[in-house]
Design a protein. Structure first.
Lengths: 143, 143
DNA sequence: TCTTGTTAGTTACAAAAGCAACTAACATCC
DNA sequence: GGATGTTAGTTGCTTTTGTAACTAACAAGA
């Protein structure tokens, strides 16, 4: 058998990664979608603000590797939901300080709880060592 | 510190998976995008036909877990590139047998080669054992 | 044969993402 | 101070995806 015959799709890592990422997203996305009408990017932005405090859109974009236009739209959506407030930064008026408002903080708590439950279920499924191993490898993959 | 403080984004698996999947796709996608003007779904459909022989759209959809509308559009795009041919199935006229034409087979060979190179680079980066471990865990995640 | 239900594949419309161009604010250099 | 370049964020337009409705073919039971 030649090379192309022996090359199984199930061994092609980008494909596996994509499948796994979509499958996991399908499992978790109902938490933010059904309950708060949020998109994935909105959930990620909310998470960053809740976890790391007030940030600018640029900082979120850099930290989370999300394109600035996606962040811009997510911020507007979260603002319309009254989940966050914007305040022009005094030292640089191009930039805006984003901060969660009480409903946003509440959503952050609920979703973070769901995320922890999700992780706990993952540990039950893969075991603690393998779960950690998976994360380590995924992190290593990003360099 | 309370729970929400201690929950790091970098430990949330769906986020890590998504980041890693996007990063790997950014690395590999130029192979099919720049050279053949293909989208990811087209590459996946091409791969299935090249690797597993003639299939129907439904079979590809099931095997690859790609929604039938995405498969339908990818098949049309590949047809327009003269990469595949359709033939109504004799035993069920709703279904179409899809088969690669010579240019499609050529693209399949080229891209499969690139995929093998990609995997080889991954093994150099993570090591053979860890690469296999990663794949095993990703597969296990999909149940 | 005539319902009733299911399946393969396509299409139409809406939602979302990607990309480039834009504005306004800053920074630097002369 | 004025020209030049850069940065934060937004907007407009195009491409791609998601969802639901649709057609045509099949299947099975009365």
């Amino acid at each position: 058998m030649d090379d192309s015959d022996s090359f199984e799709l199930s061994t092609f890592t980008p494909f596996l990664l994509n499948q796994a990422a979509e499958a996991q997203s399908d499992v978790f996305s109902p938490n933010y979608r059904d309950r708060y009408g949020m998109l994935r990017t909105e959930w990620r932005v909310l998470f960053h603000l809740g976890r790391y405090g007030n940030l600018s859109a640029k900082e979120i974009s850099d930290r989370a590797s999300i394109h600035k236009t996606k962040v811009s739209r997510a911020v507007r959506a979260l603002e319309e939901k009254r989940f966050l407030a914007r305040a022009t930064s005094p030292e640089d008026r191009r930039s805006e300080r984003l901060s969660l408002r009480p409903p946003g903080e509440e959503a952050f708590r609920v979703l973070t709880g769901a995320a922890q439950d999700y992780e706990a279920a993952l540990v039950r499924k893969l075991g603690r060592r393998d779960t950690q191993k998976l994360k380590d490898l995924l992190l290593k993959l990003q360099d």
